[in-house]
Design a protein around this ligand. Structure first.
Ligand code: GDP
Length: 434
């Protein structure tokens, strides 16, 4: 799944383009209470293809000193971890010396670069082209991020060289692809070593390039799993170690490659913004999720109580996920954790029959009808499944545009309970007949 990185000097419209590219297919899931977002990282989707978008807004790749230097370092890291770069310039301002500096840097990036001219609505194409062609990055692509012009064509062009996703049927035989993620020092490597140490590792792919996600197939309790290497967790001899600096982008890439995410938290620490951002990103991608509260052996009762309150307050939006108290170091709670991984995977990949979905929906409406909006009474007619991992339920009917979020939540809960879909988020989409 490709990673698209946006680069450009300030005020060219990177954030606006970022919002366009990551506009959730389902605005209804976007306002989960308590959900923290990091506006630099997002997911997007065209057709049935996912991609990751990184906005380097504020990370100027040519700055030389102070805080700007740190941002430059982050931009460098994003450029190094990109599959494709979008270099955004301002069509109204014209080519500037700063654009030329960035262009010089990007010509050496060794990645595909697309030159995107923003704010191009109403501009004379030939003039804009001639001006920016001089940056030496090929033909400029005019868009208007604010108006949405040219965005669809841009995404299609950018994604065209990347392979399509693996077939769901093929993938199923290899068992769940599991990403073990979390901030540094929560115990990810320890957990991976505990998981793999007790059982045979079937095969091991050597890293090709640092960019490739590394998949390690293993078996436990006679069931196959594939572990997705993350954030610099690399095998050194017999054990896994964090050999690189923690990388948000690699964490997000691993989440996107996976079917089930195990989010590792440290019981000795309060929930941090970084924990909540990773969790929010998991929710954006719709991956199944199990939370492992690690180092449970190292904390006393007082701390355990405090942590529970902290999690309820900061991670309340993860109510669909199971939480496990574990000790990776002492190999405690591991079987229970894997059981939840299996359960979450089964829920994410479940086949939901149309008649049962429709009956469940009708029973929900009988119990609590959707509220009237003005003179229109929403009418829910039938439901069918529109996707997996996460399960998508498509509801057809009339006047469905103004169904309030609270009612969508009620429907979600009803479907979750009826189909026992613990461990995966669920998406509901409405299709109104006109
Ligand atoms: P990573 O950066 O997330 O991969 O974290 P590591 O696996 O390297 O662990 C960080 C530190 O926490 C190491 O000193 C581990 O020994 C320790 N640690 C990991 N799991 C546990 C646990 O279950 N209990 C305790 N008490 N310490 C742990």
């Amino acid at each position: 799944k490709p990673t698209i990185v946006l680069v450009g000097r300030p005020n060219v419209g990177k954030s606006t383009l970022f919002n366009r590219l990551t506009k959730t297919r389902d605005a209804l899931v976007a306002d989960q209470p308590g959900l923290t977002r990091d506006r630099h990282y997002g997911v997007g989707r065209v057709g049935d293809r996912d991609y990751l978008v990184v906005d380097t807004a504020g990370f100027d790749p040519v700055a030389k000193d102070g805080i700007m230097h740190e941002m430059a370092r982050q931009a460098e890291q994003a450029i190094a971890e990109a599959d494709v770069l979008l270099f955004l310039v301002d069509g109204r301002a014209g080519r500037t010396p700063h654009d030329e500096q960035i262009a010089a840097r990007l010509r050496r990036a060794g990645r595909p670069v697309h030159l995107v001219v923003n704010k191009a609505e109403g501009l004379e194409r030939a003039i804009v082209s001639a001006d920016f062609h001089a940056l030496g990055l090929g033909a400029p692509l005019p868009v208007s991020a604010a108006h949405g012009d040219g965005i669809k064509q841009l995404v299609e062009l950018v994604l065209a060289p990347f392979p399509e996703d693996e077939d769901v049927e093929d993938a199923a035989e290899k068992g769940p692809k599991v990403a073990i993620v979390g901030r540094p020092n929560v115990g990810k490597s320890t957990l991976v070593n505990t998981l793999l140490g007790e059982e045979r590792v079937i095969a091991f792919d050597m890293p090709g390039t640092t960019r490739d996600a590394i998949a390690i197939p293993f078996e436990r309790g006679g069931r196959p799993y594939t572990l997705i290497d993350t954030a610099g967790l690399r095998r050194r001899g017999k054990v896994f170690e964090a050999v690189e600096k923690f990388s948000v982008i690699k964490t997000l890439q691993a989440i996107q490659e996976s079917n089930v995410v195990v989010l590792v938290l440290d019981a000795a620490q309060d929930i941090s913004d970084q924990d909540a951002h990773i969790a929010g990103f998991v929710l954006d991608t719709g991956r199944a999720l199990v939370v492992a509260v690690n180092k449970w052996d190292a904390v006393d009762d007082y701390r355990r109580e405090r942590l529970k309150e902290d999690m309820a307050r900061k991670l309340g939006f993860l109510s669909f996920a199971r939480f496990h108290q574990i000790s990776a170091l002492r190999a405690e709670g591991i079987n229970g954790l894997l059981k939840s991984v299996d359960g979450a995977y089964a829920a994410a990949m479940a086949n939901l029959s149309t008649p049962r979905l429709t009956r469940t929906m009708q029973a929900a409406v009988a119990k609590q009808a959707p509220p009237r909006h003005g003179s229109a009474r929403p009418k829910l007619r039938y439901a069918h499944q529109g996707g997996m991992n996460p399960p998508v339920i498509v509801i057809h009917g009339n006047a469905l545009e103004n169904i309030p979020n609270s009612y969508v939540r009620f429907l979600e809960r009803t479907f979750m309970e009826a189909f026992k879909l613990q461990g995966t988020p669920l998406r509901i989409q409405f299709r109104t007949a006109h």
